[in-house]
Structure formats: structure tokens, C-alpha cells
Design a protein around this ligand. Structure first.
Ligand code: HSE
Length: 426
């Protein structure tokens, strides 16, 4: 089977794909019987074509690839929801299959893209949209299909995992950890998508849609980032037997699905607690398989290109087997998104309080008034004023918010503003 591909975007991942093609095309022929041939490359940067020796296939207009009748598959690696959407839609309308790494499109307009697949009888593969090189989309769509998945937890953002690892292991401040991540090229100059949790939110929306067969969009995901954390929180968490990670959660519950991204305390003996540095891990619980965990590099040229080219080869094999369109929507149900107020878990809440008589008692009284049972209270004056840390028994998010609101309204007691809140996973 010969499959001709058109590559749109020659950034980090696109370059990685060209390298894989140069190194492994023969393996694809020998091992899988598919002959993947590059038939066109589109980029805004002609020098990239020279760098990769593909000048003869180069264009700056993606329509040249979309309109090329020889091309079977378009690989979209521009990213974002601007021109990338045009590339995907126009490619499908022209009868071309699409492989993309675009989490933003899949997390915001996935259903629309699946509908277009059905309309045009083409296939859409998006294995690189979550977890970089970790094969997780394939298992969610195929290998784990015999399961009712009840829970996913993911460390799906390498940048923040690197920062949290440095803050935990070496006591770096948030600012110092961010600067180091930027210096090493992990974090963008504007780090918002990573540190505020939006990148992780897009990824868990994609995974939850696949796992629960319902439409989950990025906007449905309750999202908190890591800006407010301090090394102090890691030290206290460690003393309590926990690691602090930015975790993306998806849970199937009676009323629907919970999807949320927030700093989470994980027991130190949980497999995910020892996932450090830029690594990602995705933990999936299914009724047949039990617990599974997928681990690997979640970003970078090699890992992401590995996922893209894996999709290309799998797509080529399907075409060779004469399977015309498998890219129906994963959505079969219409489950509701459960409001975050309904969450029930344990909480770590750290207020910065004035070191005056009665501040602890006054805050504790607000927890009691809200019906929240406190498991322990600790205090530290290490940082000047008092850090008062409340750890609760299982409580409802809505009640926790009431308690926090009450504490913030106490005259002159809480001086550090909104407290650090870390939800505790058992
Ligand atoms: N910025 C992401 C991360 C990689 O740090 O994991 C792209 O999704």
C-alpha cells in the first residue's frame, strides 16, 4: 500500500516527522507493508525546506497540498484554532484523511471534526494531541474498548511537572522554577497555557470524551493552575505523606462526569507521585483491566513526531485493509458535566494570617459553621506572619468555599488573601 502524505507545518514536530520518515520509511515497508511517501511540505519558512532537503516538495500555501490529487493524507502541525481549522476542514472536504497533533481543535471542536469525517468518508487521527509520545489515544479508542472506564488521572503537562519537581526537591520558588523552565525551553515567554492549567484542561477534555463516550470540551473543565504554590506547601505535604502534582482528573459518577485540573496531593506511594521532571503519566481505571498507567515524554520533537508517524502508519494500514472510515465520533452518550461544588474530597487549605490572638479560633469557627470537619490544624511563623494550615476530613467543595469566604471576611485576621487550596487524593 502506498500512501502519499502532505505535511503542513515544519516546526519542532514537523521536523521530527521528516526525520522519522528519513530513518524509518524502510521499516514501515518491511514491517507493515506500507510505503509512506512525502508528496508535499508546507511552511511559512522556506529555509526549513532547505534544512530538511525537501525544497522540491515545498510550498508556502497549504491549498497546494489540499488540491494535490496525489496526496492521501494531510498532517496538520500548525496548532491552534485559527488557520489549522481551515487546513483540517478543507483537507477533509477534498477527501483527504487527516493526522493532527492539535489538542486545541480536538478539545474545542472535536465533535464538529468527527461529523466532517463522517460526511466526507475520511479518517481523523490525533494521537499526538495528548501525552506527546505516550500511546494513550490509541488504547482509549481501541485496546481498552472492552472497559467501562471510571477514572483517569493525568500528569499531562511536562512544564509544570518540571517546575513542581524543582520546587519540591530543591525548594525553588515558583518564580525561580518558571525562570529555569523558560531558560531550558520548556516554558513559553507567556507561560499561561501551562502554569494556569489550560494545556492540561484541553488534554483531559479529549481523554474524558474518549473514555466516557460523551462530549467534553475544554470549557467544561474546572481549571486551577500552580501559580499560588510555595515550597512551604511541598514540605508540609511531604510531612503528611503526600506529593503535590498538577493533576488532570476525569471521573465517571452517578450524575455525570467530573472533569477538573488542579494541584493535587497524591499519597507518596501512589505510582503517579514519583513521576517527576518533564515526564507525563496517565492513570486509567477500567472495570475489566483494573488499573493501568501510561508513562513517557509528553512533549518535544521526537515524542510528538513518534505519535504522529505512528498514526500515519496505522492509518495507512487501515487504508490497505480497505477500512474506509473509522473516525466516527466517540460520542454515544450525553452525560452532564457535574458542577465542581458537588466535589467531595479532603482539602489542604493554607491561610496567611496575622499573628494575633484568636486568628486560629476565628478561622476554625468558620469551618465549623460551614459544616466542615477539620482533621488537623498546624501553624508556622517561619515566614513572618502565621501560615495556618487546615486539613479537612472529606467535605463538599461548596462548604469549603463557604468556610473560606467566612475566613476572608474576618476583620484583619487573614492578611494573605485567598488561601492556597490543594485537594487531597487518597
Ligand atoms: N507545553 C506542554 C507541556 C507540551 O509542557 O507538557 C505541549 O502540550
Amino acid at each position: 500500500m502506498t500512501v502519499k502524505i502532505g505535511l503542513v507545518g515544519t516546526g519542532t514536530v514537523g521536523g521530527g516527522c521528516l526525520e522519522i520518515l528519513a530513518n524509518h520509511a524502510e521499516d514501515f515497508r518491511v514491517d507493515y507493508g506500507v510505503d509512506i511517501q512525502l508528496a508535499g511540505v508546507c511552511s511559512r519558512k522556506p529555509d526549513k525546506a532547505r534544512e530538511y532537503g525537501v525544497e522540491h516538495l515545498f510550498t508556502t500555501d497549504y491549498r497546494d497540498l489540499v488540491n494535490n490529487p496525489d496526496i492521501d493524507v494531510i498532517i496538520e502541525l500548525i496548532g491552534g484554532t485559527g488557520i489549522a481549522v481551515d487546513v483540517i476542514k478543507e483537507s477533509m472536504a477534498a477527501g483527504k484523511h487527516v493526522v493532527t497533533a492539535n489538542k486545541a481543535v480536538m478539545a474545542t471542536r472535536g465533535e464538529e471534526m468527527f461529523a466532517l469525517c463522517r460526511k466526507h468518508g475520511v479518517q481523523l487521527f490525533f494521537g499526538a494531541s495528548v501525552g506527546g509520545g505516550i500511546p494513550i489515544i490509541g488504547p482509549m479508542r481501541h485496546s481498552l474498548i472492552a472497559n467501562k472506564v471510571s477514572k483517569i488521572m493525568g500528569i499531562v503537562n511536562g512544564t509544570t511537572n518540571f517546575m513542581l519537581t524543582r520546587m519540591n526537591a530543591d525548594g525553588l520558588s515558583y518564580e525561580a522554577a518558571l525562570k529555569e523552565a523558560q531558560d531550558l525551553g520548556y516554558a513559553e515567554a507567556d507561560p499561561t497555557a501551562d502554569v494556569d492549567g489550560f494545556d492540561a484542561a484541553a488534554k483531559i477534555a479529549i481523554l474524558a470524551s474518549l473514555a466516557f463516550h460523551t462530549e467534553v470540551r475544554m470549557d467544561d473543565v474546572y481549571t486551577e493552575g500552580i501559580r499560588h504554590l510555595a515550597p512551604f506547601d511541598f514540605a508540609l505535604a511531604h510531612d503528611m505523606g503526600y506529593a503535590v502534582k498538577l493533576v488532570a482528573h476525569a471521573n465517571l459518577v452517578d450524575d455525570g462526569v467530573f472533569v477538573r485540573v488542579h494541584p493535587t496531593m497524591l499519597p507518596l506511594d501512589h505510582q503517579m507521585a514519583s513521576v517527576n521532571g518533564v515526564f507525563n503519566a496517565i492513570y486509567v481505571v477500567g472495570d475489566s483491566v483494573g488499573q493501568t498507567m501510561f508513562f513517557g515524554e509528553g512533549a518535544g520533537a521526537g515524542p510528538a513526531a513518534s505519535a504522529v508517524m505512528g498514526d500515519v502508519v496505522e492509518l495507512a494500514r487501515r487504508l490497505g485493509m480497505g477500512i474506509p472510515c473509522i473516525a466516527g465520533s466517540p460520542v454515544k452518550r450525553d452525560l452532564s458535566i457535574v458542577d465542581m461544588d458537588e466535589l467531595e474530597t479532603k482539602y489542604y487549605i493554607r491561610f496567611q494570617c496575622a499573628d494575633v490572638p484568636g486568628s486560629l479560633a476565628a478561622c476554625a469557627a468558620e469551618f465549623a459553621k460551614a459544616g466542615v470537619s477539620v482533621k488537623s490544624v498546624s501553624g508556622s511563623t517561619k515566614r513572618g506572619d502565621v501560615d495556618l494550615v487546615f486539613v479537612t476530613h472529606t467535605a463538599k467543595e461548596a462548604d469549603i468555599r463557604t468556610a473560606i469566604k467566612g475566613c476572608l471576611a474576618l476583620d484583619g485576621m487573614v492578611i494573605g488573601g485567598f488561601p492556597v487550596v490543594i485537594r487531597v487524593e487518597e
